[in-house]
Design a protein around this ligand. Structure first.
Ligand code: G3H
Ligand code: ZN
Length: 277
């Protein structure tokens, strides 16, 4: 199965009312662990690389390591560029073979966001690559102000850009290490009723386990989670370090990744994506 078009993965999620986890990878071993989790849960998967990964590894290596890790996956996997803000970089990713790209113009005035997204969509379409974009703004850092997504703005944005997936702001924020984001399920319901394209929830590390299944049954088809898995991995590394006496550092890292695999598998159960393939 392995690499599967992003649009097909989201379409199945929408039709069968579950959400696909989109996890970030920074290393080849991260990507291997994510694939192992998806195979264990029999879940479709989106593996994404964002700015931090690309700053460390460069775009080409970021893509190649994920592509190699997913190549013989026994479940459908799409390779996605997360939070692209630079149009040049996004075009390079499209040429390189990413299945899908996110253009994130959410900090820009809406009309500029629309204009830039239209350009990216035109290039991506010519290469058969799907596009995710964001309207409203999911907080990324200190001093950053949330802009909740209004259904009318979402509809105007979609009519103008025809993107394949729409990231919306409904109370989550990036980088939370506690699962108590003030999720606005009322706002999500309103968007789910108004919009027909698959929605994407960013900053989902802050969403409680009790709310994840509700999110997954809404129009949200892609749930982005990064910090939660990083936190689990770092904690597991610390625990491994306290007892590991060998010198095989790859084996050591992969032992810590067992915790990532278990956490990712549990998230797949919560999102209803487990046992779908
Ligand atoms: O694009 C990636 C995500 O939105 C991840 O956010 O680190 O808060 O889970 P998170
Ligand atoms: Zn995000």
């Amino acid at each position: 199965m392995s690499q599967t078009p992003f649009a097909d993965i989201l379409q199945d999620a929408r039709a069968r009312r579950y959400a696909v986890p989109a996890f970030n990878a920074w290393t080849y071993q991260d990507a291997l662990a994510l694939v192992a989790a998806a195979e264990r849960a029999r879940s479709p998967l989106i593996v994404q690389t964002s700015g931090t990964c690309i700053r460390h590894n460069g775009l080409a290596l970021s893509f190649q390591m994920v592509k190699k890790a997913v190549r013989s996956a026994k479940v459908p996997v799409a390779v996605h560029l997360d939070h692209g803000e630079d149009r040049r970089l996004i075009c390079d990713a499209i040429h390189m073979g990413y299945d899908s790209v996110m253009y994130d113009g959410s900090k820009l005035p809406v009309d500029t966001n629309i204009e830039n997204t239209r350009i990216i969509k035109a290039v991506a379409e010519a290469y058969g690559v799907s596009v995710e974009a964001e309207i409203g703004h999911v907080v990324k850092g200190a001093g950053d102000a949330e802009v909740l997504t209004a259904p009318d703005d979402a509809l105007r944005f979609l009519a103008a850009t025809r993107v394949d997936a729409l990231a919306v702001a409904v109370g989550t924020r990036h980088g939370m290490q506690t699962q108590d984001a003030p999720l606005r399920l009322d706002a999500l319901d309103a968007l789910s009723a108004a919009v027909e394209v698959p929605l994407v929830l960013h900053g989902s590390s802050g969403v409680s386990d009790a709310e994840l299944p509700t999110v997954a049954r809404s129009a949200v088809c892609k749930v982005n989670i990064a910090t939660r898995l990083r936190t689990v991995f770092i904690r597991a590394l610390g625990e491994e370090a306290a007892t590991y006496t060998g010198s095989d550092h790859i084996a050591f890292v992969m032992r810590a990744h067992e915790a990532t695999i278990r956490e990712a598998t549990m998230i797949m159960e919560l999102l209803g994506s487990a046992n779908r393939c």
